[in-house]
Design a protein around this ligand. Sequence first.
Ligand SMILES: C[S@@+](CC[C@H](N)C(=O)[O-])C[C@H]1O[C@@H](n2cnc3c(N)ncnc32)[C@H](O)[C@@H]1O
Length: 204
Amino acid sequence: MALEILKLNAPKVEQPDHIKRLIEEARLRIDSFVEGRGDHPLAGFVPSDFDEVYDMLCRLAMDRDGCFVEWGAGFGVATMLAASLGFDAQGIEIQGDLVAEAERLAKDFEIDAEFVVASYVPAEAQELIDFTEGPDWLEPGGQNGHDLLDIDPADIDIVFAYPWPGESEVIEAIFERLCSPGALLFTWNNLEGMKIMRHRNQFR
Ligand SMILES: C[S@@+](CC[C@H](N)C(=O)[O-])C[C@H]1O[C@@H](n2cnc3c(N)ncnc32)[C@H](O)[C@@H]1O
């Protein structure tokens, strides 16, 4: 197993006002965005729990800095929270309307974070999501997001992702393939909550 699970406690943090406002505004915009999509096939956009994500980012920022990338960034809130804590933060999202919302939110809150409409799964790792059965919420194809951001995934310090049910193993396999020993994979979903894994082998 190339990933080691870290048992990290993330105490509840008293959020500064600008973070409270960001999270509150993001939730309002997400609600109206989802409502506005109506019966669009991609209507079911589900964000992570931003309060819990912020708590863990504060914990990680105690002994880490550097490059943070959100894989499947949605509204980009985790990316913005990481940027506000001093990470060099960017998000890759395959749906253009979500990236437009992330960019608008970052601009309105004057947060320095970059987003691209692209895939976090490069061509050489597409076979990892090539299922006959399994998750179909992880979109295949798309431009290479790391290339567009001019980031070598081997230089990423922290990846954040919200894996849908059944998707965790795929995201972990992509992280093992692309990232370097020492890098962290931080995931959140509503079944497993938070999980922090450290890459410990050379698997490229
Ligand atoms: C569950 S949402 C999580 C959004 C955000 N990370 C959050 O925590 O609120 C997963 C996102 O991944 C995006 N996604 C799916 N496949 C992708 C791919 N190959 N590359 C980039 N984004 C992808 C979806 O469009 C969706 O917005």
